[in-house]
Design a protein around this ligand. Structure first.
Ligand code: SF4
Length: 347
């Protein structure tokens, strides 16, 4: 692409962003005149960092409406994150899924205390040395928090660039080079935000809206966008599980998972179906499906009244809202509560 063409593309991109971009997102306005009152005391780099980690696997709408503000209220600084109790941190992350992200937040905050004087560094290379921060997140923090002129590639930008330059089986190095080729050095912040928005709102995986795309004049794939990029098939792992509500008096058994799946989260006792033996006095309550990272889970739910407390930790039902229960267990709990028979433990 010639320099003149790149200049035109950059101009069109910024004009589009000014008119149609998601400029009001709170993490795009930290410490400027449009800053939301609830975020006035939040350090810009910290606020951007939290948003980027939340947005890695969660939709903007959910992050905005349910998670961003409450999380920052509970953990308003990098220091508060570094000293966070892990149970409280996982509880604050409940519903966002991919809990490794929450654990890495604390690890990275501690690393910042040790290595960078208690602040997030400005340089992408240093940011990349922190737990849970890869090339994209490092670039995004450097640019959106510190106005560094850097380019970076996430899933959305990958799709836009692959189509713009008709790249089928490309790699990250090539994509980053392309991203740098079109990077607007005079306004990297808005340029990168615009690319993210084009990917999220216009250049959609299944139905790209080429007719209203500001990159239309420059895009090599506009007549056959679906051919780019070539997507790898995701391989999911199927698991059949049994989940048991063990009831002792007015309490329910829970356990903190030590397995990779749900590490340190609370669950009701879970068993692999092939290792599970249904006891005579167990009642079948129902079944449901659940997706978690690469797993596709089929879960059967049972209940058993115990004469003694054995093996597990026990909680009253009203105490369950104070611990970090996995989404899977929360779904099972809804089914459990809907069975209004002898199983209704006093709330
Ligand atoms: S013209 Fe179509 S394929 Fe090309 S970047 Fe825009 S939306 Fe994507």
């Amino acid at each position: 692409m010639q320099k003149q063409t790149v200049d035109k593309l950059q101009k069109k991109l910024l004009l589009w962003y000014e008119d149609k971009g998601r400029k009001d997102l709170p993490w795009r306005n930290l410490q400027n005149t449009r800053c939301d009152n609830r975020l006035k005391q939040i350090d810009r780099a910290y606020g951007v960092y939290i948003s980027e980690i939340m947005l890695q696997q969660t939709q903007v709408k959910s992050v905005l409406e349910r998670f961003y503000f409450p999380f920052l209220q509970k953990f308003p600084t990098l220091q508060s994150l570094a000293s966070a109790n892990e149970d409280e941190l996982l509880k604050a992350w409940q519903g966002l899924g991919y809990y490794t992200r929450a654990r890495n937040l604390k690890k990275a905050a501690l690393e910042c205390m040790e290595k960078f004087g208690g602040v997030l560094p400005k340089e992408p290379e240093k940011l990349k040395s922190l737990s849970g921060i890869g090339a994209y997140t490092a670039g995004a923090i450097a640019c959106f928090a510190y106005d560094q002129k850097v380019a970076f590639v996430d899933g959305n930008i990958r799709r836009v660039l692959s189509r713009l330059f008709t790249l089928k089986n490309t790699n990250m190095k090539e994509l980053e080079l392309k991203a740098y080729k079109i990077l607007n050095l005079n306004d990297a912040f808005n340029h990168n935000q615009a690319l993210l928005d084009i990917g999220a709102l216009i250049c959609l995986p299944k139905n790209p809206k080429c007719g209203i795309c500001p990159l239309y004049d420059f895009c090599k794939a506009k007549f056959n966008p679906h051919s780019y990029p070539e997507n790898k098939k995701i391989v999911y792992e199927k698991l059949n599980l049994a989940l048991v509500f063990y009831i002792y008096k007015d309490q329910i058994a829970v356990e903190k998972s030590q397995e990779k799946l749900y590490k340190n989260m609370y669950n009701f006792p879970l068993f692999k179906q092939n290792e599970f033996k249904k006891q005579k006095n167990m009642i079948f309550l129902g079944e449901f499906k659940h997706s978690y990272t690469k797993y596709r889970l089929d879960i059967k739910i049972y209940c058993q009244i115990l004469k003694d407390q054995t093996g597990f930790e026990f909680k009253k039902i009203n105490e369950l809202s104070h611990i970090a229960l996995s989404a899977l267990s929360l779904k099972a709990l809804e089914i459990y509560k809907s069975k209004n028979i002898l199983l209704k433990v006093k709330e």
